[in-house]
Design a protein around this ligand. Sequence first.
Ligand code: GUE
Length: 281
Amino acid sequence: MAQIIDGKAISLAIKDELKEKAAKLKAEGTEVTLAVIQVGNNPASTVYVRNKKKGCEYIGIGSLSYELPEETTEEELLSLIRELNGRKDVNGILVQLPLPAHIDENKVIRTINPKKDVDGFHPESVGALCIGQPGFVSCTPAGVIELLKRSGISIEGKECVILGRSNIVGKPMALLMLRENATVTVAHSRTANLKEVAKRADILIAAIGKPKMITREYVKEGAVVIDVGINRDADNKLCGDVDFDDVAEICSAITPVPGGVGPMTIAMLLNNCIQSVELQK
Ligand SMILES: Nc1nc(=O)c2c([nH]1)NC[C@@H]1CN(c3ccc(C(=O)N[C@@H](CCC(=O)O)C(=O)O)cc3)C=[N+]21
């Protein structure tokens, strides 16, 4: 049976470390504050935003929340971001995605001051990651790296296959794996012979958004399988992109959903908030 990587426990250990860092900063007179903006009331977003605020409370940093109505105009949102960009008492700005269709996400992301871009979504943050310069790293891929390291799984020299090429997971995941000296393949919906490509992986990372699509036919025996998916199955239960029960029988280590990558995303967001103090000096 595979090792089950406990993202919940690992994220808790990280949050406890961050709690100490936050206390140290406070003792030096530095208060850290995250501003979270939600537009509309997508129920999933409401749950995530609540978890982010709870995380802030847990580690002892401040959070400001802005719950804007669905009809908020793009210009109203941009002007709130500009105001927060200029506030000395706000260190991080997070605009919960997805946004309503009448608002241009790219424009919103570009408006956030890169020094406050704790999501790591700004083109300047992504560019910095690409060329190895300091900046915020997208929380979910950063969480995957931290999960592997803290589970004693080495990355250097390994064949890593990433399934999915989104701007917030697949692409930054590839850059981070490269930074850790893995050999990286990014596969996607148009990849020919997807199963064969996936089977090359020592470390397989699924970020495709298709519930339980990854069965053992995609997995080499003994591989490490990281499931970034968050989907609902036919019974409306939370599930990943990986068919956990099927794959767990042949892989060496696997992350569950829930309790795997999800909690790490929040831990890395909080880490970015603490790191923002350094970047803003
Ligand atoms: N600007 C922005 N930044 C984000 O980081 C962002 C976003 N928008 N939009 C939505 C996605 C999704 N996301 C998750 C965070 C935590 C869990 C998480 O904690 N999941 C728990 C369970 C949560 C549950 O029960 O629903 C787990 O997997 O164990 C999941 C998903 C952040 N996102």
